[in-house]
Design a protein around this ligand. Structure first.
Ligand code: ZN
Length: 499
């Protein structure tokens, strides 16, 4: 909170409100609590079955969004249609194991394979121990074309270690947790997360270079190098410059990964409003209409309604679209074009927006901004009694001007408290990369992400319509509307000036 207060003090005087535009206000005021509630009561109803990607409920939700876009007079920009078909691939783990010495380790029993490659048959590689997998460790050994084995606790940042191993051209990476109990816990989590298959926008390639990662217990590493976990721990603890890693004899390891690939058909839903004199420039407003479906088992309510996540963002997109569409009918339409896009597959790894930015309907270099709305109908415990607020993430990352515009627009019209807690790139939740705007930011398109925080009903069947604060939701949706209005109508296009 301190950091946030400081930012307000520093920036407060810079962003002067400007004169209110009564035309913008007329259309912003057409976004109402009752309309949002009417829409959300359908979108987040039990009938939608939690809107899981590829399932019946998601298809029903897609039809609902499309019908609304059509009714309000938006056009379908995908060859005349509103659906952008998205093909996703599920790789379901089959016969997967690791062989080291005389031992065989079965997937989800003593190793966990995280990846989607199918090796066809067994692969045998030279194995090299790379300690804790730091740069100074990799400097001591050569993992090019080999299996790199590292020893990392659950707290460690294994993603960067794996990236480093790939950089050094390791063909396979074994991440061994030195704590057997911690590893057991990890194994259970991996099993829950991976056994149903991972979804991807890319077709898995057999024998691909990026073949994934094996997570393993300390025993597996010891068996690979024909030693004991204790000796490995000792080698890991020593300063790599002293050559402890080199003293371990290189060895070999054998593994097999077999995958059954299934194709899953889903769709992004797009509604387009053509601008006037700057119609080639596109303002994008996004939310994700998918959610996590039904709970696998248990008693009572099993449907994850996703009223807040991200029903709230999706009905906001619909209401904002409705207001812009009405403005256009009245001859007050925006100068730039606006693409309203509710995406699929967010909960499976930002897949719908990933697909869109790989197959954009409008050129990315003409795409001015993405305003992404994901969870805006609730309060988190930190703001239990606060005045209306919203977390604002990413507005200053690529464009100074966008950040200024966002602040000034809010001061002029909506006066929400902008909380920048999660805007800190060092914040452990890493939210800047955790919703669909990230796929736009990756392409150097300025973004703003609007978010209400983490609450106790996050990804639970209790994320229901009854818990939404519709007055607060309305204010936040109006804030996005005004920001879009300013961006779409100003003379100069918002440009990225930072990397
Ligand atoms: Zn979400």
């Amino acid at each position: 909170m301190k950091r946030f207060l400081l930012l307000v003090l520093i920036c407060g005087s810079w962003f002067k409100p400007f004169a209110q535009d009564p035309v913008a206000q007329r259309y912003a005021n057409q976004i109402t609590p009752q309309d949002l509630k009417d829409l959300l009561s359908i979108l987040a109803s039990d009938a939608m079955e939690g809107r899981e990607t590829g399932k019946r409920g998601q298809k029903m939700a897609a039809a609902f969004v499309r019908a609304n876009f059509e009714d309000m007079g938006l056009t379908g920009p995908v060859d005349g249609g509103y659906f952008q078909p998205v093909e996703l691939y599920t790789s379901i783990p089959g016969d997967i194991y690791v062989k080291a010495g005389q031992s065989k380790f079965i997937n989800f029993e003593s190793v966990a394979y995280y990846g989607s490659a199918d090796t066809g048959g067994e692969v045998t590689l030279p194995a090299v121990f790379a300690g804790k997998g730091r740069k100074e460790d990799f400097d001591q050994v050569n993992v090019d074309g080999k299996a790199a084995v590292v020893s990392l606790g659950g707290e460690a940042d294994f993603r960067s270690v794996i990236a480093l191993a790939r950089e050094r051209k390791a063909k396979m990476v074994f991440v061994c947790n030195p704590d057997p109990n911690e590893f057991k816990e990890m194994l259970n989590q991996f099993k829950g997360f991976l056994s149903g298959g991972m979804l991807s926008t890319k077709k898995p390639e057999a024998n691909s270079q990026n073949a994934g990662v094996f997570f393993a217990s300390p025993d597996v590493a010891a068996k690979i190098f024909n030693t004991t976990p204790e000796k490995l721990a000792k080698a890991t603890a020593e300063d790599p410059a002293k050559g402890a890693l080199k003293k371990l004899k290189p060895s070999v390891v054998t593994y097999k990964t077999a995958m059954a690939v299934k194709v899953l058909k889903t769709e992004n839903v797009l509604g387009f409003l053509e601008g006037t004199d700057k119609k080639d420039e596109i303002v994008v407003i996004t939310s994700h209409y998918d959610h996590i479906g039904k709970k696998a088992g248990g008693e009572g309510d099993l449907i994850n309604n996703g009223a807040d996540d991200d029903g709230s963002g999706t009905v906001s997109v619909l209401e904002i679209a409705q207001s812009f569409a009405q403005a256009k009918k009245d001859g007050a339409g925006p100068r730039r074009s606006i693409l309203f896009m509710t995406v699929t597959g967010e909960e499976k790894g930002l897949l719908g927006s990933d697909y869109y930015t790989q197959h954009p309907v409008f050129p990315l270099d003409k795409t001015v901004v993405d305003l992404n709305i994901d969870m805006v109908g609730r309060r988190d415990p930190e703001h239990k009694d606060s005045a209306p607020y919203v977390y604002v993430i990413g507005s200053d990352k690529l464009s100074t001007e966008l950040h200024k515009l966002s602040e000034a627009t809010n001061k002029t019209y909506t006066n929400l408290i902008f909380d920048y807690t999660y805007n800190d790139e060092n914040h452990p939740t890493n939210l800047y990369k955790r919703s669909d705007h990230w796929n736009f930011a990756k392409n150097n398109i300025p973004i703003i992400f609007y978010f209400d925080g983490i609450h106790e009903d996050y990804h639970q069947p209790s994320d229901e319509v009854g818990k939404i604060e519709f007055d607060l939701l309305t204010k936040r949706a109006q804030c996005v509307f005004y920001t879009a209005w300013e961006i779409a109508n100003r003379e100069q296009r918002i440009v990225p000036d930072k990397k």
